[in-house]
Structures are given as structure tokens and as C-alpha cells.
Design a protein around this ligand. Structure first.
Ligand SMILES: [Zn+2]
Length: 204
């Protein structure tokens, strides 16, 4: 949701203003120890994972990890801001501002609350822009038998967005990335899917 209506507080400045620089190297963001790394370096690390472990395994691991973190963080953010869980526009705004301030992406929620479905558009995904910024000696990122063609790079973000969307819809949903910057779309699109993605037994 990109509505800039003053009805909903702007959380961006509050979050961005929490960055705490430290000469001893203990940089913090929202009170959490953090660090800065270029998106291209992340893409470089991701390429190594894809090359060694294969796309299917890496995507599954990143999606599940992202989803668990997204579920926990969504609940913590709503509680920390003392928001009414029924106040969906305000919570959408909180999530959008928070992840924009973190530099992950600008999230635009298009959810159908009655039918517990919909999609999310992510502008400026750090994973996709990192992959696009990175060039190897061969002129492109990951190049190995099972991932030679360009592919959607934002599965970790997808898992995270699934966690946030599950909080909003009050229903356990999964989301699949159907369009990605790396596939020459203008942004990354994540669709609620009825199919369970990468679920493992005993996962909570
Ligand atoms: Zn993407």
C-alpha cells in the first residue's frame, strides 16, 4: 500500500533515525547489532551457495529461514508499536516503512483480506539489485548447469514477506515470487499461493 495519507503515521524516519554509529565498530540499528555490506557482495555469497549446493536447496533453506524470521518480526513490530491487529492499513504502512528503512525493499501490499489472498510488489529488492550489479569475468552472475538462465533471486525476501503477510491475513500463507527485477520486470512480485512451499515436518 503506497497511500501516503497522514491518517497513518510515518514510521520511516523513526526507524532510519535509530542507526547508531560506533567508532569501535559496533554499529547498531533499532538497537540491534548490525553491519553494512554491499548488495553485490551478498549476491556474490549467494552465487557461491547456488554453485555449491544447487538452486533448489538454497532456495528452500532461504525461504524457510526468511519465513520464520518474518513471522517473528511481524509480531514483534506490531507489539512494539502497540498497534491494534485489526488496523491493517497502519500495519501495512509499518511493514513498508520498516523494510524501506532497512534497505531491503519498498513493499506495496495488495491483499484481499476477505479471501486471504493477494500479492505484494517489492521495489528495489536488495537481492535482485545486488545480482544485477554483480558481474563475473564472464559478464554475469551465477553460471552453473542447474542455474544458467536468469532466475528470480529474492526467495529469502519472499519467505520474509510470507511471514509478514501471514500476520496481516491472520492466516498461515506462502508466497511465490512470480516476477523479478533479474527477469527484466520493473519490480519483484510475490503471490499468495495455496500450495505449501518448502514445508518440513516439525516446522512451527
Ligand atoms: Zn526479485
Amino acid at each position: 500500500m503506497t497511500d501516503q495519507s497522514p491518517t497513518f503515521p510515518d514510521y520511516f524516519e523513526k526507524v532510519a533515525g535509530s542507526a547508531s554509529f560506533d567508532r569501535d565498530g559496533a554499529f547498531k540499528f533499532i538497537g540491534v547489532r548490525a553491519f553494512v555490506m554491499s548488495a553485490a557482495t551478498i549476491a556474490d555469497l549467494m552465487d557461491d551457495f547456488y554453485l555449491v549446493l544447487g538452486q533448489r536447496f538454497v532456495d528452500a533453506r532461504l525461504y524457510m529461514g526468511g519465513r520464520r524470521a518474518g513471522v517473528r518480526t511481524a509480531a514483534a513490530l506490531v507489539a512494539a508499536q502497540k498497534l491494534d491487529p485489526r488496523d491493517k492499513p497502519n500495519i501495512e504502512r509499518l511493514f513498508a516503512d520498516f523494510y524501506a528503512a532497512l534497505g531491503w525493499a519498498k513493499l506495496d501490499f495488495h491483499l484481499d483480506y476477505a479471501n486471504k489472498t493477494g500479492h505484494v510488489i517489492a521495489q528495489n529488492s536488495f537481492l535482485a539489485q545486488g545480482a544485477l550489479a554483480k558481474f563475473t569475468a564472464q559478464g554475469k552472475a551465477t553460471s552453473v548447469a542447474n542455474v544458467t538462465a536468469p532466475f528470480a533471486r529474492c526467495v529469502m525476501l519472499g519467505g520474509y514477506i510470507a511471514g509478514l503477510t501471514s500476520n496481516l491475513l491472520e492466516s498461515d500463507v506462502d508466497m511465490r515470487e512470480t516476477e523479478c527485477l533479474t527477469l527484466e520486470y520493473p519490480g519483484c512480485r510475490f503471490e499468495v499461493t495455496p500450495e505449501r512451499l518448502y514445508t518440513v515436518k516439525r516446522e512451527t
